[in-house]
Design a binder for this molecule. Structure first.
Ligand SMILES: C[S@@+](CC[C@H](N)C(=O)[O-])C[C@H]1O[C@@H](n2cnc3c(N)ncnc32)[C@H](O)[C@@H]1O
Length: 314
């Protein structure tokens, strides 16, 4: 499966887990609903024609709404990044002076192209906002960040998502409660909420009350749902698996991630998918064996993505 990689980056991005998640998606033809959209990588690889996508962070939503409205287009992204990339390269203080200009401009006007610039030139592809809602990630310290090949990569990623986003894709900047309440029987809700205590920022505080509220809403929904969460790491077990989510189905898988670029920062975690429908699966480390009709629909969805992204969608 070719995974569509979005132009926006964030530390919690689920790119590596996409095939695992998609193999579990049941054969239904309603909407793909994603209340914690983040970079959108899971939605862009869902292969659903109709979606409802939301995040409490208005900047990601504004960016993708701009793509939908054809205000943000691949040529415009190229033109913008070439111009700003040159200014960055020539700026004093090893590029920092221009990074600060873009950061200050974004914090005042919230221009989605400035948001893209910050997302792609910040330290380690991280996204974080301080308690006043201002961009809070330092420069990656590479004045030549926007090389020709890097810009082309971002332009192509923008083109891929532009080809997939069309009139049946709806975007909202709302908290998860409102979005989950909108789900109907034939929809699937994919939830990837923040983990308590990890990367807390203006848009990703998460409390026990939030987890309880999410549990109550997902327990009551007529739709199918898949929840991404962590099962355990070397030090702790996720207490909510026992106290809340245990009544649903679950699969787990080992996952390695880097917090920072260094090898010694490689950490392992066992990821879990919790879901409310029957599935033919082995419980740990992938080994999913989707039912034949599920496989047909998975292939159909992958084929749909391939068709969409092979169009000329400038
Ligand atoms: C773990 S990230 C999602 C990552 C995403 N699956 C990806 O691969 O990029 C969690 C997201 O939830 C959003 N969020 C936090 N609190 C929220 C809330 N109460 N309602 C809706 N979204 C929320 C954050 O802004 C963040 O984008």
């Amino acid at each position: 499966m070719r995974v569509i990689v979005p132009p926006i980056k964030s530390q919690g991005i689920k790119t590596k887990l996409v095939p695992w998640i998609q193999a579990l998606v049941p054969g239904i033809r309603g909407r793909w609903i994603e209340p914690f959209l983040g970079t959108g990588v899971v939605a862009f690889n869902s292969g659903f024609r109709e979606t409802l996508l939301s995040d409490i962070n208005p900047h990601v939503i504004q960016f993708y709404q701009g793509v939908k409205d054809r205000v943000i287009t691949p040529p415009r992204v190229r033109e913008f990044l070439e111009r700003e990339g040159q200014l960055l390269e020539k700026a004093p203080d090893q590029g920092y002076a221009h990074f600060r200009i873009v950061k200050d401009r974004f914090n005042k006007s919230h221009d989605p192209l400035d948001f893209l610039f910050l997302s792609r030139s910040g330290f380690n592809g991280m996204m974080r906002f301080n308690r006043h809602g201002k961009w809070n990630i330092p420069f990656c310290q590479k004045p030549e960040r926007f090389s020709r090949s890097y810009i082309t990569k971002i332009v192509n990623q923008t083109r891929d998502v532009a080809c997939l986003i069309h009139s049946d894709w709806s975007f909202m900047a709302e908290s998860f409660e409102k979005v989950i309440m909108m789900a109907k029987k034939d929809d699937i809700i994919y939830c990837d909420p923040p983990y308590i205590g990890r990367y807390v920022d203006y848009y990703s505080g998460w409390t026990e009350q939030d987890e309880q509220k999410l549990f109550d809403l997902l327990s009551a929904t007529p739709a199918r749902f898949i929840l991404s969460t962590w099962h355990h790491n070397d030090f702790r077990t996720n207490p909510f698996i026992d106290t809340l989510w245990g009544k649903f189905n679950m699969v787990t898988r080992d996952h390695f991630y880097h917090s920072g670029g260094k090898l010694e920062n490689r950490r392992s975690v066992v990821e879990a998918l919790i879901f409310n429908f029957p599935a033919n699966i082995r419980k740990h480390n992938h080994g999913m064996e989707p039912k034949p009709e599920q496989l047909v629909l998975l292939e159909e969805r992958a084929e749909y993505i391939t068709q969409q992204v092979s169009q000329a969608c400038e």
